[in-house]
Design a protein around this ligand. Structure first.
Ligand code: TXA
Ligand code: MG
Length: 310
């Protein structure tokens, strides 16, 4: 208990000092900095090698904090009540007098906001008098990190501090919903679309593949393990690692399974760590079995399709 408190204090010290650090969330680890500080935010882009025109998500402890930076609307309040804190990111209108650094959102009039659920991070956010901008803690276009050793693999000694919150429970990034006009989904993620549709009582427009650049980070090569990957494979080549959706009775040496019992939530949680392990084990190619396209299977397929563009 004591060491948890002292780690949160340490994290706060770095952040107050305009440094960026890695923090755990229930989706994936984030590379966090003071969202009101140009200095902090520029450090995040530099460390991640991220183009400045790809805006960041800002993480808040509660609505009271957010009120200073964004305008609310009815759909937002409905969804907030049901799903926050949790794996849903909202695109809202930025207030004119907000203190958010212009580097966070590339000078746009909108802001991506999220209320993360991880207890450690919530305690940290509560202790700060600014929100935290935090993209996923990985070098641009690579796989997100779901545990401390992933973050170390990505940044080595360049990262000054990692707040250890164990393995991320959800394992894929948040779902992003644009709430400016007619609600639309910009990224599949940790929250199933059907659950959001139920609360809003309408079918949502899916804009995850549109050519118009709303979220630049969503269109280029993304979520790449750094080696070629093929999807919907029935029989793998001999030199390929073969990713299965569920465990089989007989497992060859090159077989990896995402879930014991074909559970798509478990599979999402294990997706990035399995792909990282395959690479560490020395494979040069990956083949993936067909994943059911329902529930979080849609998020898994979205990530695998992007990864296959390598
Ligand atoms: O689960 C998550 O969302 C994790 C954890 C750390 O919270 N964060 C994360 O951030 O995935 P990042 O930077 O890897 O992805 C954020 C995405 C990017 O694709 C970006 O283009 C989009 O959000 N985005 C940010 N601001 C936006 C805005 N104002 N309008 C549209 N898209 C935006
Ligand atoms: Mg990312």
């Amino acid at each position: 208990m004591k060491s948890i408190q002292s780690n949160i204090k340490k994290a706060k010290k770095y952040l107050d000092n305009n440094d960026c650090i890695a923090v755990p969330t229930e989706t994936v680890y984030g590379l966090a900095g003071n969202a009101y500080s140009n200095v902090s935010i520029k450090k995040i882009y530099k460390l991640k090698k991220r183009p400045l025109n790809n805006p960041l998500i800002v993480h808040y402890h509660n609505l009271y904090q957010l009120k200073k930076d964004c305008d609310f609307n009815d759909n937002f309040l409905k969804l907030y009540k049901k799903f926050s804190p949790g794996p849903l990111t909202y695109i809202l209108k930025l207030k004119k007098n907000s203190k958010i650094s212009k580097f966070v959102n590339n000078n746009k009039k909108t802001l991506a906001v999220r209320f993360p659920k991880h207890n450690l991070l919530r305690n940290l956010l509560k202790s700060l008098n600014y929100p935290l901008a935090a993209p996923s803690a990985n070098i641009s276009s690579r796989l997100s990190s779901v545990k401390v050793s992933d973050v170390q693999d990505e940044f080595g000694i360049k990262i000054k501090f990692i707040l250890d919150g164990k393995k991320s429970k959800i394992g894929v990034e948040s779902t992003i919903i644009n709430l400016l006009n007619n609600p639309s989904i910009l990224r599949y993620g940790g929250l199933e679309i059907s659950k959001i549709e139920k609360v809003l009582n309408k079918k949502l427009i899916i804009k995850t593949n549109t050519k118009r650049i709303i979220s630049p980070g969503l269109f280029s090569l993304h979520y790449s393990p750094g080696i070629p990957l093929r999807n919907n494979v029935k029989i793998p080549h001999r030199d390929e690692a073969f990713v299965l959706i569920k465990k089989r009775k007989i497992l060859s040496k090159n077989y990896y399974y995402l879930s014991k019992i074909n559970d798509l939530n478990e599979a999402a949680k294990n997706l990035y760590s399995t792909l990282r392990k395959i690479k560490k084990d020395g494979f040069k190619r990956i083949a993936v079995e067909k994943i059911p396209n329902k529930g979080l299977g849609k998020t898994i397929n979205d990530r695998l399709n992007r990864a296959s563009k390598f």
